[in-house]
Write a protein that binds this ligand. Structure first.
Ligand SMILES: [Zn+2]
Length: 89
């Protein structure tokens, strides 16, 4: 089987994505993309006075996550986060 025949589209991940995004995210361990510090999402500094919410790394101050909610749409920018470790309760 070659790689082209194994290629699907994002719909193939629908069930997995639904499972991940329904979990308690404040208990997720996140790793900073700037300095590699790891901590629980719920314990990171959060700023909610902007048009959106920003979560910053307590060590290097990089914006790890940005979340904007407007008119029924959510924008989630995690480019400052290297990884999430999300566990089922
Ligand atoms: Zn950092």
């Amino acid at each position: 089987m070659d790689s082209a025949s194994m290629k699907l589209d994002g719909n193939a991940l629908a069930g997995l994505l639904r499972e991940i995004f329904s979990l308690e995210m404040t208990m997720a361990r996140v790793t900073c993309g700037g300095c590699s510090k790891t901590g629980y999402l719920g314990g990171l500094p959060a700023y909610v006075q902007a048009p959106g919410a920003v979560i910053r790394c307590p060590a290097c101050d990089i914006a790890m996550m940005r979340i904007v909610h407007d008119n029924g749409h959510y924008w989630l920018d995690c480019r400052g986060t290297r990884s999430f470790q999300i566990s089922k309760a």
